[in-house]
Structure formats: C-alpha cells, structure tokens
Ligand binder design. Sequence first.
Ligand SMILES: Nc1nc2c(ncn2[C@@H]2O[C@H](COP(=O)(O)OP(=O)(O)OP(=O)(O)O)[C@@H](O)[C@H]2O)c(=O)[nH]1
Ligand SMILES: [Mg+2]
Length: 369
Amino acid sequence: MDDGQFAAHGGQVPDHGGQVPDHGGQVAAHGGQVPDHEEEAAAAGGGGRGPLSHRASTVAVGEPEVGAFDPGEAGDELGRSGFASVVGRPNVGKSTLVNRLVGVKVSITSPRPNTTRRPTRGVLHAPGAQAVFVDTPGLHRPKTALGRRLNDHVAGALADVDVVVAVVDATAAIGPGDRLVLQRAVAGRPAHQVLVAVNKVDAATPAQVLHQLSGAEAVVRQVLGAEHEVELFPVSAATGLGVEPLARAVLDRLPEGPAYFPNDMVSDTDATFWLAELVREQLLRATHDELPHAIACRVVEQQWPRVRIEIVVERPSQRAIVIGHEGSVLKKVGTAVRAQLPPGAYVELHVVVDAHWQQRPDAIEGFGY
Ligand SMILES: Nc1nc2c(ncn2[C@@H]2O[C@H](COP(=O)(O)OP(=O)(O)OP(=O)(O)O)[C@@H](O)[C@H]2O)c(=O)[nH]1
Ligand SMILES: [Mg+2]
C-alpha cells in the first residue's frame, strides 16, 4: 500500500482551498472553522442519522433538487405500492432518470460507464401510491469480478419486481447490449409490466428518436411476440421532458399494497456509503479514460464534521492521476464534495494503491458494491 494524503476544506483559505505544503504531503482545505459549525452539524446529523439525510424534509445531500414533476401531495392513505427496476446498458442515463423521477439526487451520475455499482432505491411518493425505483448498474460484458458482480446486481433487481423500466439511449444505435437488456426486461414478465424509456431525447433529432422508438419496439416484439403492445416513452432525464407520463405509467401498474418507506424518506442509502459515492462521483467527473474502473472509495473515519475517505486505485500511476499536479484533482474533488454537504464539513481524502482489488470479491464487498 502506498499513500498520499490530502484534505479539502474551504472557508479560511478561500482562494486556494488550502495550503499545498509539499508534494505528496498534506493538502489541507477546510470548510470554515469547524467549531463554529458544531451546532449546525449536529442539527444536520438528525439525531444520529449522520450528516446526510435522504429524508425529503431535510434534503441535505447538497446538490439542488433535480426538479421532478409534482406528483401532488403525498398522503398517508396508500392504495398502490411497489418496486420498479430501472435497467439498461451503462451510461444510458438510468441514474439521472431515477433522480429525476424521485426529485432528489439519490444516485451518483457521470459520463463514465459503470458509474453505478449497486442497486440504489429512490422513492416517489404520490397521492395514494408509492413507487420505489431501483437504479441498477449498467448491464455489460464483464471483464472483472467487479463487472460480474454488477451484472449479478442487475439480475437480482429484475427478479421479483412489479415493473421494469428498460432504458435505451436515443443518441446511440440500438445494439446487442440493448437487445440483451430488453430481452432480460421482458423475459417471463407480462408485457404490461415492462416500459421502455428512450432517454436523452434532448440530444437527439426527432428522426433519431423515432428510429429508436421503433427499434426498441421491434426488439421487444421479437421476444414477446408480434401481438404484444409495448409501451414506449421518449424522455429526457436531463430536462425532465416526458418523465411525468413515465412516472404515472409506473404508478398505475403497481399492485395494491402498504407503504414501504415513511413519507419523508426518499432513499435507503446509508450516509457513510453516500459520502464515499459523492467522492467517487467527483473523481469520475474529474478524471478520464480507464481510471474510473480502477477507483473505489470508502469512508475510513467519520466524526462529523470530519470525514476521512480512502480512494483506492490499482496502480501508482493511477494514484498520481487522482492526486493531480500539486494535488489539484483532489482539491477540486474535495471542494465539489464539500459543496454538497452541510456547512462545516471537513473532507479528508487519502489515496492508496491496492492492486487488482476489482478481481477480489472480498475487496469488492468491503466497498459495499
Ligand atoms: N443530454 C442528455 N444527457 C443525459 C441524459 N440523461 C443522462 N445524461 C448523461 O449521460 C451520462 C450518464 O448518465 P448516468 O445517469 O450516470 O447513466 P447510467 O445509465 O446510470 O450509467 P451507469 O451507472 O454507468 O450504468 C451523464 O453524463 C449524464 O449527464 C439526458 O436526458 N440527456
Ligand atoms: Mg448509474
């Protein structure tokens, strides 16, 4: 194990977010004077729930709400409830769509494939109904134990759910990966339980969108039989276009049942995992190419408002990329993460090398993937 240690805060050192004393040493950057914020931090902790909360009343995850449509006032009386798994190839926008459906950021997103590494539940509360959307990793051809694990998660999320939303990308031709997704989505399921979303219509021409809609329909009919009706939804998870009809279609297909989550809860991701995810998200956005697959994050110390997060890479060269010139990448990542946390957060990032962690099931499980 090799290590390099950095912390990113903001307040006291507004312009540079911290000192960079020497290379490979410590970059400290904090979010203001920690003691001053103790009260706020304690309040944000929500009585032991930790610094982050996915309860709708205290959306403390930082980034602005993604602006979902308004499903109306959620009431206590429930008629319908159930689970809807969102599946698709990597990078088609599943997580962005789930965030939009739920109206709160519950899953991290990035332009890199295989950003999502485990099923992530986000709850849509509507009058008389509750839909639990399950964001899943992108179904892909796996090269590592991690990749196989991601695909296993998808298989698990497809079993025993009420509705499946299969997502395809309007800007890329429907290929073998999409075909596999659509086959898995409809296999052994009544047609009415499967909805197909053609996402990213904001970035596609009308002709492209039409082409994708008919392509997806043709694949589903091949599997289910020509007589089956397929429900298709052109959407933009990025802008929200078309998301409301999709959400309503999901809600309409839920069976009668009790509420699975309290009214003010939008996700069941624990605060510790979420902190590590926020760091990984910023790393994926700040770095490029092959690095994303090599990155894993975990919280190693948490004494709010101080959090120490370990970033694990597979090679020393990757460690250098993650740190950046004079700590520039880590600093950027730490600052972006801190901006999503309650005031006063002190985020310490620490990079270590662990060769081949992606091939070791124990390591993969250790990260919670
Ligand atoms: N233009 C456009 N971009 C989108 C839309 N939805 C998602 N994206 C972008 O597509 C990329 C992938 O989005 P994610 O939501 O992370 O995709 P995903 O399917 O969850 O990806 P994995 O978790 O890797 O399988 C990101 O850069 C998003 O900003 C959309 O409706 N329009
Ligand atoms: Mg995702």
